[in-house]
Design a protein around this ligand. Sequence first.
Ligand code: C2E
Ligand code: CA
Ligand code: CA
Length: 743
Amino acid sequence: MLLDDEIIDFVTDEAPPAEPPENDEVWKLLIVDDDEEVHEATLFALQGIRLCGRRLQLIHAHSAAEAAAIMGHEAEIAVLLLDVVMESPDAGLRLIKRIRQDLQRTEVRIVLRTGQPGQAPELEVIRDYDINDYKTKAELTHTRLITTLIAAIRSYEQLQALNDNQRGLEIIVSGAADLMQAATLGAFAKQALAQITTLLRLPGDGLLCAEKGGPLAAAASEEVYIVAATGNLATYSGRRLDQLGEPEIAATLKECINRQRHSFGHHHIALYLRERNQEAILFVRSNKVLTTVERQLAEVFAANVATCFGNVRLVERLNFIAYHDPLTGLANRARFLSDLGTAGVLAKPGQVVCLLDVIHFTDINNALGQEVGDRLLIAIARRLSYACRDCRLAHIGADRFGLLGDEAQLAPERMLALMAEPFAAGEHQLQVDVNLGYCRITGGEAGGTLFKHADMALTQARLSPNVRHIHFAPDMEAQTHWRLDVIRRLRHDFQAGQLEVWYQPQVSLADGSLVGLEALARWPGDGAFVHPPAVFIKLAEDAGLIVDIGAWVLERSCDTYRSLLDAGHAPHHIAVNVSMPQFRQPDFPARVMATLAAHGMLATALELEITESLLLDEPAVVLLNLETLRQAGVLISIDDFGTGYSSLSYLRQLPIDCLKIDRSFVVEIDNGKGDLFAQTIVELAQKLGIETVAEGVETQAQVDRLRELGCDTVQGFLYAYPMPAGELAQWCAGRGVPGSMLN
Ligand code: C2E
Ligand code: CA
Ligand code: CA
């Protein structure tokens, strides 16, 4: 009885021939009736029909109970064709209550079919339970059935779209709050990707977010970087887009960025995000063509995400600036400290902190210019990052780098070898020396403590001649306190005028005459104690105090020399020791000349003693100042000669007048070790046409041998101990005729 001929053209109208095969979606219809004939008739009537763009899938239930069970596990049922009278007279109506109230299935459309009009439910039921239609079976002709179904499906579709919209907007709104919380762009991207897959019900596989300019963005960069990726693209995170192994995806992303537009394809969704100057793409693999509603949602989502993206990017950039060194692009000190803190907590075995200090970097800067200095630092940073890939590397101060990592990778021998090759800085090839301070991580130390300990070890290495690397030991803490205390007292006593300058005579081996004096700083302590100059001079150099002390020693020395001149006892010259920090003063030569002038002294009456290592460390600065002083007539001697590592060819270029043979070689003359070094140094000096002074001469045997070797001058306890200025005039006056002191 359901059959008549009116159906027909609906079918062709509703079935678009060009439907893509993958859109094989259906409308699910649940037919509930205890009369098998009704099932068969319905099946027959709807066979092969497409409504509203989809095929129909009929599901059959023969009782209200069975229908309820089906509703319980079958999602997305669009329409229920429901008989009212089944196992009980109101079984259908009860089922409706069940569906709407208990199962909360509000979207499914319900069409009631009854045998007779008398079985009609009360109006309230229709109203309260959102029933689409109510028809007697007789009323539902073939055509009526279909028009009724079309109306129901349309209504279902709209309802679903509305629900989707609502759900989508909820995801977007609640998602935005989460996105704002993301601390890093990576975290942000992961969340955004997760949200869009939920929003559009996508499989969530192979997702990525690419950004123009990249993570460390040089602002002008046109390069596109993948800042986050998940699923099977996860390995590309942090790489450049052109390194992406999927050329089609890469092409889509490039096109998106170039055209500044979203792209919705059969297999992908790519959302173009722009906020201020930041551009990014959120790319998701897709397995469906989006509906209009979904597209609109995606667009709203994109707009929202772009704003969050801009904010997170800003925060991240601020973080980046706060934690990175702009010159080298490395982490900075603050970041390094926080990394150390984490390392202290994690306490992985075999981890060390290593601080690396470039010796005399300031002087390279002064001599060759800051630009060369900068390039040098960048070159060092590059080499370190390349060679210590698994380590945390930071630029923690002008000439300092910090490393955190595996003990083997940061081993001192390895690090020193690494730094041994010269660095290219502009047109210069610069050889640098470094000191290394180490501290092992045993666990539980605070970041600041680890840093302090490594720094103490570094200071120790810097203060110890011929030592390049030191590991922290607990007693260093005490030593550091001691050192700071000594520096404090030295500064105080110096300012209080308690330092003195003593003088040690230098005697000619040819005729025993007094040829010179060496000025030596003295710091009297409590009682008879005198602070050893070898110790406090080093500390003064380290604390920068030596510049003032050195200037004062020079001033005192010239004053003393002037008095000797006035008394008619002055030797040929007075020698004054000069430290590197003094040489770093660009006006050092001018200051020296001014002091000489103030005391009416000839430049040739002053000899400056510099150490070999000082020459080697920064030839450029030293050479310049040395040349200036030498041109003015000042004498230059190299102190402690033979303990450093001057090369012969280098010595030849230096404007020097004298080599001082170190006491250690003089001692060797009569302790059985031979005089090879003394001999070589004398020969060398003779070849260079300059003089030699032997230091620390204590025995007659040494004198005899030195004379045989051809050494010119001696200085040592055998002749005189260093003495204060007051005793000096007397000593000079009473020294007798030349030669009388020599036996
Ligand atoms: P130096 O320049 O090598 O000075 C020579 C050192 O040898 C002096 O030690 C001197 O007292 C000591 N000496 C001299 N004759 C003998 C001897 O026969 N036997 C022994 N065992 N020692 C002898 P001093 O005064 O303790 O100075 C130590 C170092 O401190 C100096 O070594 C120098 O490098 C530094 N120094 C001292 N005064 C100054 C100063 O005014 N400025 C700078 N920059 N350094 C200074
Ligand atoms: Ca000296
Ligand atoms: Ca010396």
